[in-house]
Structures are given as structure tokens and as C-alpha cells.
Design a protein around this ligand. Structure first.
Ligand code: FES
Length: 211
């Protein structure tokens, strides 16, 4: 039976290690853990590894430290390496700290044919960073080139994820739109502006984009 370590003094977004505490789920996150585990038969609880990693990423500042992955492993009673294997495979998981906005541009076939090179160039131009997971000096942006994000029908596209979880798809892009969107974010604008925000269309846990 999985166990849920709870620390009542840790609220979402804090990093317990910095506070000198062991990594534990906040009360709120623990309730989510319980709900997620309830979706699976007890003997199949390891199937919850992706939603729990996603929860841990939002809980601990937008990235997965070794301790955060260990907490997921402990919760699911799995060896750490099994959790790391999953976390290191998917680009939705960050294994190092990210900026306030994580910009991920798809350069797979459909997006490439529809002009993703221009999208990459525009992001690089506005943020001043490379698409290799680099962070901007001001902490605003992380930029990563990724494989298909399931929005091929609306290519070219980019995804912007906020450290505490919400993500937004921007589709049918061109360089001008990218400059407008990132300029808007730089000025403190809402990430949802210009984006398709329907969660059913791009739920990272349940699947891809509905078109
Ligand atoms: S090829 Fe870019 S979203 Fe599928």
C-alpha cells in the first residue's frame, strides 16, 4: 500500500530542502496524491508515476530535484531509478531549475515543414538564449526545443509552461506572433492571452491535442 509523507508546514511552491526540512508533500498536495492513487488498483499504483511527477514538479518550484523524485519513488514504493527513467524521458519534466516561463518549441516534422525554424529564431532573438534548455539571466525564460507536442494540425506551435503548472499552447504561429506573445509575457502579461487554454485539448496527463 503506498504511503504519503505529509508536511503540514510546507505550502505549495516552497522548497523544503531550503527550509532545512525533508521533502514531503504539502497537505494540499497529499490530498491530490490520494486522489491520483485512487484512480489505479492498489497493485498497479506504480502507474501513477507520471501524474505524481507532474504534481511534484508543480509542488517544488517547476522542476524535479533528486529529492522530489525520491519522494515520488517512496510514495509509490519504487526504486529511485524507475522514477528517474520516466522523469528523464519526457520533456514535460525538468531536471534542473527553470525560468518563470518555460518556452518549448516543437521542431518535429509538421512544425518543421510549417516553419518552426523561424519560430526558434524569433524566440532566441527575444529571449537571448539558445533552445538547449538555457535559462535567461533575468530568470524569466527557459527555452527548449522539443519533439511533437501533439498539436501537428495547428503547426507551427510552441508551449509555454509556468513553474507552478499551468501550460498554454500557442498555435498557427509565425515570427511576428512569437515576438508579440513573448513581449507580452516580458511586460508581465498573462500567459493565457493569445493561447488556446482548453485543458481538454492538451492535458499533459491524459493525452495530446484535440485539434
Ligand atoms: S509536429 Fe509539432 S506538434 Fe506535432
Amino acid at each position: 500500500m503506498p504511503t504519503i509523507r505529509i508536511n503540514a508546514s510546507v505550502s505549495s511552491g516552497q522548497t523544503p530542502r531550503a527550509l532545512g526540512l525533508g521533502l514531503q508533500w504539502s497537505k494540499k498536495a497529499a490530498a491530490s496524491v490520494k486522489e491520483i492513487l485512487g484512480r489505479y488498483p492498489v497493485e498497479r499504483s506504480r502507474s501513477a508515476v507520471i501524474p505524481l511527477l507532474w504534481l511534484a514538479q508543480r509542488e517544488f518550484g517547476g522542476w524535479l530535484s533528486v529529492d522530489a523524485m525520491q519522494l515520488v519513488a517512496d510514495t509509490l514504493e519504487l526504486p529511485y531509478i524507475r522514477v528517474y527513467e520516466v522523469a528523464s524521458f519526457y520533456t514535460m519534466f525538468n531536471l534542473k531549475p527553470v525560468g518563470k516561463f518555460h518556452v518549448q518549441v516543437c521542431t518535429n516534422c509538421s512544425c518543421m515543414i510549417r516553419g518552426s525554424d523561424a519560430i526558434v529564431a524569433a524566440v532566441k532573438d527575444v529571449t537571448g538564449i539558445e533552445a538547449s534548455g538555457e535559462n535567461s539571466a533575468d530568470g524569466m525564460f527557459t527555452f527548449t526545443e522539443v519533439e511533437c507536442l501533439g498539436a501537428c494540425v495547428a503547426a507551427p506551435m510552441m508551449q509555454v509552461t509556468l513553474a507552478d503548472g499551468p501550460l498554454h499552447y500557442y498555435t498557427h504561429l509565425d515570427a511576428g506572433k512569437v515576438r508579440e506573445i513573448l513581449g507580452h509575457l516580458k511586460k508581465g502579461g498573462e500567459a493565457a492571452t493569445f493561447a488556446d487554454t482548453s485543458p481538454a485539448k492538451h492535458d499533459p496527463i491524459c493525452g495530446g491535442y484535440g485539434g
